[in-house]
Design a binder for this molecule. Structure first.
Ligand code: IPM
Ligand code: MG
Length: 362
């Protein structure tokens, strides 16, 4: 089969990690008989430099017309880069929000897995992580505080800023369905996270999630307040299967979830909507401090490409082949600097990509 992939290298380490992911996709192509066509799209700081805006209409149209989108990372060093002198809606990250909204990618799946080989990097005590953990954060991505009205204004000589958190029942219902569908393919448990003891939007969230749960009698639903969830993630991460939550809570909890795995450089993510078109990107940022030095860990991007094969193209075997190759390379002791430990073999971005390619088998 032929697949058209819009590729957004972005900023910082983005281009180098995306290069490795393409290399791995091409190896999958030659091994399994597929052809991946790539169209490069500008987004983020590099787009600001070239066009004045973080995402042009044409760039969005190219992404829309593709079968799927692979993204590296966008953004720079907030303290140093001129991009951050621009108004907020013209900065690199605004491109990310625009493409999420423009492609209607309301469901963000962020897996948090403790890789057996990397247990040592986990900051939690062994008695907490014994037996490993494997859950996903299912984050609503196109609503809530991120997309509500906001303004900064003067009132009686006092500067005031306002952001609004709005959800309607349809937005909650569609993400809840995603959460339950994913749980069905996993361990059949959804933990819906909200702040229903304070927020109206959370009370509606809880009510609608419960209604959706009625259609999934085989999936167990629990509710948890977000502050408690933040605590439970470090106290007992094994209890979770699917954490279903709104945009802002998901942003915060998914960073915490990736940290407890000890290896944010390993974690992939997928943003999906009502169609097969998805956007796949590593969970980590653009790490401008190590850009261009062959130091970045490409594994999260490579595993994001695997998620693309699985969710957008239904290529299960091929996705498995990438995941197995990553495990095999780790088992052989190869590590990029972020996951390096004593006695292991340190490799750079390019070598890691090559090693993973060489372990792709049919
Ligand atoms: C993420 C990031 C983005 C977000 C930023 C860069 C706007 O933190 O993907 O989690 O908050 O969604
Ligand atoms: Mg975030």
């Amino acid at each position: 089969m032929n697949y058209n992939i819009a590729v957004i290298p972005g900023d910082g380490i983005g281009p180098e990690i995306v290069t490795e992911a393409k290399k791995v996709l091409d190896k999958i192509g030659s091994t399994y008989g597929h052809t991946f066509h790539y169209t490069e799209v500008l987004m983020g700081g590099c787009s600001i430099d070239a066009t004045g805006v973080p995402l042009t209409e044409e760039a969005l149209a190219t992404a829309k017309a593709s079968d799927s989108v692979l993204l590296g990372a966008v953004g720079g060093n907030v303290g140093q880069s001129n991009w951050y002198q621009l108004p907020p809606n013209k900065r690199p990250e605004a491109g990310l929000l625009q493409i999420r909204k423009g492609l209607n990618l309301f469901a963000n799946i962020r897996p948090a897995v403790l890789f057996d080989e990397l247990k040592g990097a986990c900051p939690l005590k062994e008695e907490i992580t014994d037996g490993g953990f494997d859950f996903v954060v299912m984050r609503e991505l196109t609503g809530g505080l991120y997309f509500g009205d906001r303004k900064t204004y003067e009132e009686n000589g006092v500067t005031t800023a306002m952001d609004t958190l709005t959800y309607n029942e349809n937005e909650i219902r569609r993400i809840a369905k995603w959460g339950f569908d994913i749980a069905r393919k996993r361990n059949k448990k959804v933990c819906s996270v909200d702040k229903a003891n304070v927020l109206d939007s959370s009370r509606l969230w809880r009510k609608v999630v419960k209604e959706v749960a009625a259609d999934y009698p085989d999936v167990e639903l629990s509710d948890m307040l977000v502050d408690n969830c933040a605590m439970q993630l470090v106290k007992d991460p094994k209890q979770f299967d699917v954490i279903l939550t709104e945009n802002m809570f998901g942003d915060i909890l998914s960073d915490e979830a990736s940290m407890v795995t000890g290896s944010i450089g390993m974690l992939a993510s997928a943003s999906l909507g009502d169609t097969k078109l998805g956007l796949y990107e590593p969970s980590h940022g653009s790490a401008p401090d190590i850009a261009g030095q062959n130091k970045a860990n490409p594994i999260a991007t490579i595993l994001s490409a695997a998620m693309m094969l699985r969710y957008s193209f239904d290529l299960e075997k091929e996705a498995d082949a990438i995941e197995e190759a990553v495990k095999a390379v780790l088992k052989e002791g190869y590590r990029t600097i972020d996951i390096m430990s004593e006695g292991k073999k340190k490799v750079g971005t390019i070598e890691m990509g090559d090693l993973i390619c060489s372990h792709i088998v049919k």
